[in-house]
Ligand binder design. Sequence first.
Ligand code: ADP
Ligand code: TRP
Length: 342
Amino acid sequence: MPGEPGRPEREPPVRVLSGIQPTGRFHWGNYFGAIRQYIDLQTAGEAFYFIADLHALTTVREPARLRELVRAAAVDLVALGLDPARATLFVQSDVPEVTELTWLLMTVCPMGLLERCHAYKDKKSRGLPADAGLFTYPVLMAADILAYDATLVPVGEDQVQHIEVCRDLAGAFNHLYGHVFTLPAPRLVAGGAKVPGTDGHKMSKSYDNTIEVFEEPAAQKRKIMRITTDSRPMEQPKDPRGDHLFELFALVAPEAERRRMAELYRRGGFGYGEVKKALVESASAFFAAARARRAELEADPARIEALLADGAERARRQAGAVLERARDACGLTRGATRARRR
Ligand code: ADP
Ligand code: TRP
């Protein structure tokens, strides 16, 4: 109702937010399946992107490696086109307000909701030990989203369930305490398209079949030359659709090249080695500008640190305001504590 206290009178402006776990160096699946679309959305409105190191703690247990992966993720994202002048880039753990908010949300979160979440369910069904961090992971993710009043959350298909959890928790809290949180909408990216790995299965670091975006060129070439192919004779015409080597080529080749290659497939009389060589070249050209930007950033480590510090400051300002709203609403602040916290 217009004018009702605590309720926004207009649709909130578009605020894009997404988090990326630094559990390994980015591969083509991450880039073409997620990161590229996230970065494209930086022009849709205000944008917040963060490196989810708290989430990664449930898998990366070596401190030096985690530190390096976080730094590399920041450099990679900027090299790939994330523009810090447009979007706020920060590290999740630099915003402690989010962990406090996680607790508030935990108190309105039914166990059953988390028991149904697939990350935990999958691990449990495989008989693997799961910790409370993995179990409550979707609550931290909900806090990540709600702390910034995000309206649009681009994610891969595997994360849609977590956005639903976030909406449920925000709804439950709002129902109890009045309008505190903005409900986000998921934005499914890539229409479910899966980037194949070097063995033809879905590219994933768990399958050891990845091509990393910023892999050293000679190593990348070796990997590409080893992509599995079938043993049909050279002269036999082949359908490019569903051929993982062609699909990888299509990701990085310019349109005209892609068409030429598709014709070659349909005509037959070519060797897979030829396609692999073309893939090496197209990949190199496709990522050349990003590699150059990456090299520049690597040469100036203070720049990325300053950028993350600035991002954290902006993020904390926003998350602090939302946390205060939530604390007030549920009765955690009294006049005196409020004054002390400001
Ligand atoms: P991995 O499977 O290598 O562990 P992650 O689960 O860390 O990758 O992936 C992060 C995001 O990248 C996912 O949410 C998904 O959106 C995207 N992604 C990962 N692999 C692929 C792929 N092969 N094809 C399309 N998108 C992918
Ligand atoms: N859980 C997400 C993933 O594994 C990463 C993530 C953490 C995230 N917090 C988020 C994504 C908030 C979107 C919004 O990919």
